[in-house]
Design a protein around this ligand. Sequence first.
Ligand code: PLP
Length: 358
Amino acid sequence: MSTTEYKPGISIEDLPPELRQREPLKLASNENPLGPSPLALQAIRDSLETLNIYPSKQLEWQLRQAIAASISDQLGPEHIVIGSGGIEVLEFVARSHLPTPDDASALPRQSFPFLARFSGRSGNPINFFDLDEADFRYQPERIAAAITPNTRLVYVCNPNNPSGTYSTAAELQQIMAVVPDDVLLIHDEAYLDFVDAPDFPNLLPQVLAGKNIFLMRTFAKIYGLAGLRLGFGIAPPAVIERVAGVKRNFHINKLSLVAGLAALNDADHRQRTIANNAAGKQWLTEQLTRLDCHVWPSQANFVLFSHQSVPAQMLIDGLMAQAIIVRPAFGLDNHIRLSIGTPEQNARLIESLTAVLN
Ligand SMILES: Cc1ncc(COP(=O)(O)O)c(C=O)c1O
């Protein structure tokens, strides 16, 4: 396992005209294949006529309140910070917790690369640790070895992107035991809504106990609002205050705020999304295995796979020739990260992959 350089994903708009004419299918960015939450769309339509008016502070407060209430009656708006996408939330965390050039982060090499890119740009030191070579587990002793007296942030992505694998509650206990109290542990839960493992950690008690911990979530996946840009963090009020201290006013537009409020009530879309994902993931895993691929067990809305003998890039190129975009898995050579689609999209992917392999 070695590190490949991170390359941004390809969009349908980036495709050459000859591929754009062939009904391009993108299964590369873990987007919701069922589309945006219909309730969110209606809320956006209902707000269009008031776009001449700035979003009120009260609306943001309301969304923070609603997010908190949707998670636990012990959480309040003081436990929530929202951002223009989870990426902006992570940026706020980094900016608030890496104020001087020496402030360091301990980051996984085979994971979501945003914090590494952000820290790289700001010139802050990064101590990388590797996940387990065989099963992509986070190993507490490797995390401990990456922590120095200058470390301010430790990042755990759970379920992990791009592997889809997860750390159990017991493993998180071990990880928390090696992270000093004055170091912020970011637990990125962008894919939490797709998790069905009973031993997945619930870190809310730690948040409520005032531990130095930050849970990252997004409206992009489960609510299908990736294009709107809305994410949030959950943490003890003192952490939230520090993180929110770096943001500017009006960084979230009114449509995002009203859509977020509506999406939280969209139980139907949410359930359909989860059911589609579970069925599609199982079917794709079976089909890919039948095609001699190794598929890692996933708790997310994507699967990681590699073929026994055919290089990943050859498969990526072969699929691209059929106007299907999949993604080389960042941080992992020779692996593909495939988003779960609708049954029709999944069937097209398998049909095309079969053709590439034959
Ligand atoms: C692990 C992880 N964290 C955070 C994000 C950021 O989400 P957003 O699209 O809300 O910026 C993503 C997006 O793909 C992700 O995969």
